[in-house]
Write a protein that binds this ligand. Sequence first.
Ligand code: NAD
Length: 294
Amino acid sequence: MSGALLDKKIVIIGLGLIGGSVARGLAGKCREIVAVGRQEAMLRQALDDGSITSWTTDIAAACKNADLILVAVPSLTVEKTLVAIGHTDAVITDAASVKGEILRAAERVYGQVPPNFVPGHPIAGSEHSGYTASTPRLFNGKKVILTPLADSDASAVALVTALWESLGAEVLTMSVEHHDAVLAATSHLPHLLAFALVDTLSQQGESEEIFRYAAGGFRDFTRIASSDPQMWHDVFMTNGDATVTVLDEYIKDLHRLRKAIQARDSEELMSTFRRAKKSRDKFLEMLSGDTDPA
Ligand code: NAD
C-alpha cells in the first residue's frame, strides 16, 4: 500500500511523539518528508537521523506543493495551525485525540469542513512525549480511527488510509460522535483517574512515605499520569461533555462500592470484582498481541 506514497510530498506539522514516529516510520517510503516545528535543534536532529528530508518553522512555506499534510500538534493548537496552512489542494489530516472540536475548528477556519480534510486519531502512543520518544514502529499493529464526513473526498480518505497502513496500522472509520464517546470512556477517563489519584495522594501529609512504599499496583495504575499535561489539558477542554457523562457513571459506581465497603457487604464486593476480572480477562484475550494504547 505504501506505493501510493512513493511520489508524494508529505508535511508533518508538530514533530513530537506522534509526528516524529510517523516521520521515522515513513522514511524512505515517499518522495519528501518536510517537518515543521518550533525547536530547531530537534528538527536538525530529525534531519540527521534521516527521518525527514527537510524542515522549516514556516507552515505556509512547508505546505507549498504538498500532497499530504499531517497536523500532529496538541488539540487546541490545531485551529491556528489550519489558519496558517490556509486553503490548499493538499489532503489534510490530523492526529488529535478528540475529533468533534477539530471539525468545529475546521468549520471556523474554512467556513465548512473541506472535502480534502480527513480527521484521524492513531490509537497508539505512550506517556512519553516529544521527538526523542518517537519510534518508527509505534503504529505497527495498532488501530487508527478516521472520521470522514459524508462529503469527504474518497481519494483523500484513500491517501490518509495509505499513510497509516504503510506504518503497519489497521485503519477503521467511525462517526465523530461515536469516536469522542468511545475514547472518553477508554482513554480520557483512565487518564483523568490516574492524574487524580496521584494528585490526591501527593497532597496527603505523608505522601513521600506513601510513594516510597507504593507497590506494583500503584505503578501500573498511575503510569499514564506521567503523560504530557498540555496534551491532556487540551483533551478535557475539548471533549468535556463525553468525559463528564462517563465520569458520572464511574462516580456512581464508586459510591456503590464505598457503601459496600462501609457495610462490609462481601457479596457486593465479590460480585463486582469477579465481574470486572472476567471483563478484563476477556478484553486481554481479545487484544492478545496488542500493547497498551494511549
Ligand atoms: P508531543 O508533545 O510529543 O508533540 C507535539 C509537537 O507539536 C511538539 O513537538 C511541539 O513542539 C509541536 N507544536 C506545538 N505547537 C506547535 C506549533 N504551533 N507549530 C508547530 N509545532 C508545534 O505530543 P504528541 O503526543 O505527539 O501529540 C500530538 C497530537 O497527537 C495531539 O493532538 C494528541 O492529542 C495526539 N495523540 C497523542 C497520543 C499520545 O499518546 N501521546 C496518542 C494519539 C494521539
